[in-house]
Design a protein around this ligand. Sequence first.
Ligand code: MTE
Length: 307
Amino acid sequence: MAYRFKSDLKWSDVTPKADFLNRRQIMAGIGAAGLIAASPARAKIATVPSKYSSTEEPNSFKDITKYNNFYEFGTGKGDPAKYADRLTVDPWSVKIDGMVDKPGTYDLADLTSGVQMEERIYRFRCVEAWAMVIPWVGFELSTLLNRVGVQSGAKYIAFETLERPSEMIGQNSRTIPWPYREGLRMDEAMHPLTILATGLYGDDLPKQNGAPIRLVVPWKYGFKSIKSIVRITATDKQPETSWNMINPREYGFYSNVNPTVDHPRWSQASERKIGGLVAKRQDTLMFNGYEEDVASMYKGMDLKEHY
Ligand code: MTE
C-alpha cells in the first residue's frame, strides 16, 4: 500500500509547524518562499504523525482552501472562500444524543480536551471526479464516541451541520434540505481511518473547509465528509443523508470510492488531480487507495447495489 509512512521516517513526538514545513520543503524540493506564500504563517497545533498518512505530496494550501464544496456558502467552487469568513466558529458546541451513555451539548473545547491531535495526510476524492491530498489535523472519531459511550444497540452514527442562514448565506436558497446531513454505519464510524478534523496544515481549520470541526472519511466520496458539525447522533436506523435525499439514484448511502461503479452521468474510472501546472488525470483507486484497510467491512456486499 502506497500510503503508509516508511518506518525509518523519524519525527520527534511533537512536530511543530516549522519542522513540518521544512520537511515538506525538502521532500518536495520547493523553495521556501513558495511554500511560505502558499501556507499559513505559523504553527499553532502540536500534532504527531500517523501511520495512516499518505506518502503523496499534499496539495498546496491554496488548492485546498480556494476550490471547495460547501453549499451553505453557495454552489460555486470559489464561494466558500469568498463568504465563509462570516461564520462564527467560537463559541461552538456539539449536541451528542441518541443511543449514548452521556448525551449532552458539549463545548467543542471540552470534547477535544486532552485529545492528542494527529497529522493525517489523506487522499481526498470528490464524487465529481476531482482529487487532492490533504494534510488534516484531527483525531479518530472513535475516541469521541468512546468518551460518550455508544450503546450496544446503536448501528449508525448520524451527523448534522449548523443551520444559521444569517451567516451561511447559501442557506437562503433551497439547494439542499437544510441542515446538511450525513451518516456512517457503526463499523465505519469506529474505523481508525475515520477522523474528525479540526485543522489543516498544522493550523486551525479554515472556515471554508468546515471549521471548527468536520468529518473526514478518506475511502468515501467527499460529500460524506460533512463540515461544521453541530450534532452527532447514535441510532439504530440508517440515517437520512443529504445527497441521497436529493437524488437517491445518483448518490447512495455508502458512497465508497469505486472505479468500477460509475455515477449515472459520468465515469468514476479516472479522476483529475487538482493543482500543478498541467491538469493531471490518474486512475481512481478502489476505496480511494485504502482497500487493504477497509475492504473487509464490505465483504459479501454487492457494491453495485450498495453504491
Ligand atoms: N458539508 C456541508 N455541510 N456542506 C457541503 O456542501 N460538501 C461536501 C463535503 N462536506 C459539503 C460538506 C462535498 S460535496 C465535498 S467534495 C467536500 O465537503 C469538500 O471538502 P473541501 O471543500 O474541504 O475539499
